[in-house]
Design a protein around this ligand. Structure first.
Ligand code: KIV
Length: 277
């Protein structure tokens, strides 16, 4: 392969092969420019249904539709050349039956070019994961706190404490045995995440879990300080772009009100003579 040949985009098999290796780096993206920014740094880029809350101002992920996921998936795909793209199946698009899940997963993959779909649920979704995996659809599972189930979970609570531990373990085992290529562990105690990571054969991707997971994921707007409606304990802010953007918009508003903008360098002369634009 020549030095300039594009690297092959990793597949679900490559992902499984990373079990126990260097930690997998994953962030969410919903747009082309952010996907471009992440592509050189991330192994995986997740088009998360968090898009509903982060970009569309919805109160939860429950109102996200297939059409929204397809539109954002297509935008993200345009910004990626080396990272693997994984796309969330929205609430209501896969729970009814394995057949419904296949139809919608196939549509998401065909229309966006994603390399895998992500679905929430453990034991209850294991037949669906097996059905999809056997038909050419790589599935990343998501257990622990599953935001599409907040109404049955009673909110965004830590999962797997005390008596809840057995359920999270059973869920992680079930999705691994069903053929998922990786599993997100969200908001579970660190010791439990470590135990699951040691036990199952597929990579665990932690969010509010443990540094011992096989990889980590965060919502990009959270870690850049752009989404500030709330800040879960598990988010580390690597930048404060929201504050920077607020200052920039305030400067623009002040300049416009004082007629300092546009300046001479931003306006056009009457004649094109000697002008570059
Ligand atoms: O929707 C999302 O962004 C997610 C991640 C937080 C794992 O599911």
């Amino acid at each position: 392969m020549s030095a300039t040949a594009p690297q092959p985009v990793p597949t679900a098999q490559d992902l499984r092969a990373r079990k126990g290796g260097d930690p997998l780096v994953c962030l969410t993206a919903y747009t082309t420019p952010v996907a471009r920014l992440l592509d050189p740094h991330c192994d995986l880029v997740l088009v998360g249904d968090s898009v509903g809350m982060v970009l569309h101002g919805l109160p939860s992920t429950l109102g996200v539709t297939m059409e929204m996921m397809i539109l954002h998936g297509q935008a993200v795909a345009r910004g990626l050349s080396r990272a693997m793209m994984v796309i969330d199946m929205p609430f209501g698009s896969y729970e009814e039956s394995p057949q419904q899940a296949f139809r919608n997963a196939a549509r998401l993959m065909a229309e966006t070019g994603a390399g895998a779909v992500k679905i929430e649920g453990g034991v209850s979704m294991s037949d669906t994961i097996r059905f999809l995996a056997a038909r050419g659809i790589p599935v990343m599972a998501h257990v622990g706190l599953t935001p599409q189930s907040i109404h049955t979970l009673g909110g965004y609570k830590v999962q797997g404490r005390d008596a809840g531990e057995a359920k999270v373990i059973a869920d992680a085992r079930a999705v691994a045995e069903a053929g998922a290529c990786a599993v997100v562990l969200e908001k579970v105690p660190a010791a439990l995440a470590d135990r699951i990571t040691a036990e199952i054969a597929i990579p665990t991707i932690g969010i509010g879990a443990s540094p011992g997971c096989d990889g980590q994921v965060l919502v990009v707007d959270d870690m850049l300080g752009l989404f500030t409606d709330f800040k879960p304990k598990f988010v580390k802010r690597y930048a404060d772009l929201g504050t920077d953007a607020d200052a920039a918009v305030a400067s623009f508003a002040a300049d416009v009100r004082a007629r300092r903008f546009p300046g001479p360098e931003h306006i056009f002369a009457d004649t094109a003579k000697g002008s570059k634009a």
